[in-house]
Ligand binder design. Sequence first.
Ligand code: PCA
Length: 205
Amino acid sequence: MKLLVTGFEPFGGSLINPSELVVQTLAQATLPGIELETAVLPVAQTTGPAALIQAVRTTQSEAVLCLGEAGGRAALSVERVFVNLMDYSIADNSGNRITDQPIAVDGPAAYFATLPVRAMVEAIAAAGIPAEFSLSAGAYLCNQVSYALLHFLQTEALPIPAGFMHLPYLPQQVANSRVAHPSMSLETMVQGVTIALQIIAGTQR
Ligand code: PCA
């Protein structure tokens, strides 16, 4: 099965984004039964969603798992729902800070993820890796690209399961912080995302 997994470039003044490192690591991996396509998306209002949809079109992937950083979360966080709202709390990497705007003017209020989210969370947790559901992907780029992708797939009537997983900070992102933020090692994140991909592809043993 051909799967597309995407991450994001660093944003908000940070020099690293765990999702980019996870995607770069997975790009070197061999997963039996899975043909992995990868992309790293810009954290930008117009080019972020456009790059994702372009990657889906050009790779002709059969399912899509997008990844992004959610600093402060303690577990691999499988998003269930994406709302039709851009309400950025910080500017994107192009310097735009959009507030109170819909993503698609004529779109529905929200889309649910179409990946097997329960099986993903349960399989990751069963492997001893912290995993959880999340009912909000925020109102920034992670929510936006996911909503835009699901809206595109719905509009084009493409039966491609798609969804999003937020990742905690890496240890090196919090090591010198005065606040005690949770973190997870790159190796553990890669292991958890690999399990999610195996669930999506139906190749988990
Ligand atoms: N996290 C941001 C955007 C890019 C990323 O990795 C978010 O949660 O919206």
